[in-house]
Design a protein around this ligand. Sequence first.
Ligand code: CA
Length: 616
Amino acid sequence: MKRTFTLVFLMAAMVTAFATKQSVSKVEPISWWVGMENPELQLLCYGNDIQNATVEIDYAGVTLTRTEKTDNPNYLFLFLNIDPSTKPGTFNIVFKNGKKKISKWAYTLNARNQGSKQRVSFGPEDAVYLLMPDRFANGDYSNDSVKGYIQGVDRSDLGKRHGGDIQGVIDHLPYIKDLGCTALWITPFFDNNDSQYSYHHYATGDYFKVDPRLGTNELYKALADSCHALGLKLILDVVPNHCGIVSYWTNDLPSKDWYHIWPTYTSSNYRMTAWTDPHAAKLDREILEKGWFSYNMPDLNLENPLLFKYLSQVYIWWLEYGGADGIRVDTYPYNNIKVASEFMKTFRNEYPNINIVGECWVKSPLEIAYYQSGNNNKDGFDSNLPSVMDFVLKDKLQEAFNERDDWDHGMAKFYAHYAQDFAYPDVNNIMNFIDNHDIDRMSGAVNRDLNKYKMSIAMLLTTRGFPQIYSGDEIMIDGIPGNYEGYRFDFPGGWKDDDHNAFTAEGRTTEENEVFNYMRKLLNFRKSCTALQTGKMTQFIPYDGIYVFSRYDDNSRILIIFNNSVNDQLVSLDRYKELFEGSTTGTEIITGKQIDFTTKLSMPAKTAYVIKIIES
Ligand code: CA
């Protein structure tokens, strides 16, 4: 009996010793680079009772300038100055308790890739293809379920994982290029071992690891390299508002204010208007900013400078490591927008040419323009977002072709919308779309009417700004209105047991080919037509469903004519002659037909013509 008691006592003592033993289990970012614009590197060190450790670094060019503690003894933040003369290599970070060494951590500084800082980004010349990796193509069946990860594959359930992955994206890059897109935006791919809805990856568990069900860090880099080899640009999805509930942070917060914690669960009011509304109540702004996006996505307190720097370094790490060319920012106005702006500045500081398109889902051009950098807002706010998304145009696109034209409906909606472009500092750097992964599919909005659908594509690909195509748009893919999963159907043919393969002309239905070929023709025309990329725009007031505008620059003039009427119409072009002055003919891009501007133009009901003016 006595022996047993001794053993139990000893075991308890060992457990206590273990519990208090200082250790280091994480240092993040997991590596860094020499020669970054900002020479200061912040390292988050996580480990049992690590806060009171002393730290030594002995490496030429690297200076530990200061350390910072939080209210949690398991975290210690180090600030290193990396002199530009530092040689790339690996050194030890030595953690000590007095003279006793607790731990040493090998840390690597890499050399930057040539041209990293000056990388060329996406812009008005591009057409962006958006896809969600889990829903696009399964290129690796061996990663469908991974040991230690809760969710495997269940394609029968729209809310569960379907098995698509980064390899599937790499495999189909030639398809995306052939369609005529020049840039690729994939939704997030970070580790997320949640028990539900893990497929969308907007809830991050580990920022420095590609989820093994999507691939590996090396495979993400291979994706960027494969894009570049094909002349495609890659866009990184940056999420500054929230992380995933399944994170080591959740059980052991780096500091009490790391997340916005409420006495009871409080969701955001999602009313982004509160930032621009001069009459907004403080409480509404607070709930907009600090309320959670959903239960499984803790709201990050970006006003905590340690978190701010941590997260900024996360995305700089991925830009530097993976080599993406630009940024899309998720839920920008769900942050304190002044802090979000400073956050964007850290990227523009490191990469002076980088384009950043912000998701500011607001309801009027005035509000969208407020978020475009350079807007000279009355309150002095500058978002540091060179590009914004035209959510209002999306509404018009989903409505107008269903409507009878009158003063306010049908084509008048576009006319009135573009008339408000005076609000924007850079109207060509606006991203347009007919739908995306958070919105009802266009196919449903026009009730699968092929003519209306084609008109929406014609508008998307010829108007000012640049287009974003959401995977499946090119085949008029179905959806279910009103719920997220209903916007995220698998791309047909992405799985080997799919009996329908829309990646090939042979596999597509007649209707799919008609949409695909229509979009492909216009996208490829746009690719070499600077007038459609950066040209000016002139529009005429629509009458009787006929709406005419032109895009033009020194290289070419393009005439775009819509007949939104349910009747065929004979259109006299005389009224529009200022758009084709000095010319009498043009070529319609889709049909290749010659158009004579001196006679009446026969336009079938619900059609759009895109006409390149033949200069005499
Ligand atoms: Ca897979």
